[in-house]
Design a protein around this ligand. Sequence first.
Ligand code: NAD
Length: 376
Amino acid sequence: MRVAVPKESEQGERRVALVPETARMLVGAGLEVSVEAGAGAAAYFTDDMYASAGARVAVRAGTMLHDADAVLKVQAPRESEISLLRKGAVVISFLQPATQGDTVKSLAAHGITAFSLELLPRISRAQSMDALSSQASASGYKAVLMAADRIGKLFPMMMTAAGTVAPARVLVMGAGVAGLQAIATARRLGAVVSSYDVRPAVKEEVQSLGATFIELPLEAQEGEGGYAREQSEEFLHKQRELIGEHIAKSDVVITTAAVPGRRAPLLVTADMVKGMRRGSVIVDLAAETGGNVEMTQAGKEVDVNGVTIIGARNIPSTMALTTSQLFARNVANLLLHLVKNGAISLDFQDEITKSSCVTYGGEIVNERAKQMVSTA
Ligand code: NAD
């Protein structure tokens, strides 16, 4: 079975879907692995490292893709890549079915069997394949470092001969995977941390990391599979009113709130930003799905009355060495889950396969993906 790993073509994407260590693991499992020349360079993995791991370094990406039984990617394949693939070839990557409807339709039309890492079920058996979590953890960590770097203050309390410096106050909105990692990182840097989430189930996790869980007199918004459900505008309006005073007291606000397949909820309005002290920083991790903050601009840093709002894009790519290692483990584990006796063998009774397979046999086979594509 031939596995191909092309160089990522998305602008600014430094990650690679397979690192030499995991290439070795797949070769050891009897798969033939080809990696496009230079594919790992931006994540600090050289062609020689892949060759030493037993992979073939392919100079002609087109031929490599045409011959492939399975293609591993970080970002969804482009049309130019899809058209090179053979009918029945498998693609595993982040597909973003909620925003990349045309790509999903094209994969179906070309008879590709595509798996979307976003749609893996959040069950124990799938944890080792959960790329959404591995990348979100890295983003949560980095968001705090970005804030610490931009703020005009120290994070920890410091007692010096010149006086005592009070610790920075950090508010993390949304305590999912990224939020919890942000809380842990801010605590390690010595900040006083509080957090709010519409799912009260996370209260204990927040507290176990040494942060205060903010309880608002609002109804819980638990959805399916441990996710939040989509909230009404009335709910969000009340939430903004109630959280305003906490935001005004914070030096750093990190927003991570998301509802799968929907635009990110608006948590912080322009007026709320104006209520913050000059020199404060907001990092909006939902920038790419519409933003949790009214003035966020994806990929930009904006200054509003002395408050810096960072709408960073693709934060995992800024730590490409580690995030590629984690991603590669995730994607290789999913691939090996689909392989029996050296060939792809799909069992649609299996929850992992059923939930993450988006296109098969010329059709979009996944109900969640179908819904996302139709509302995209
Ligand atoms: P996510 O990225 O979809 O959302 C981030 C957080 O935003 C969530 O905690 C959500 O409740 C919160 N949120 C949504 N609307 C909000 C609002 N208006 N105000 C404040 N917060 C809001 O979620 P995620 O990080 O992918 O994690 C979702 C859940 O899945 C978590 O409970 C996580 O622990 C769980 N999980 C389980 C597994 C597993 O069991 N294998 C793996 C990963 C994650």
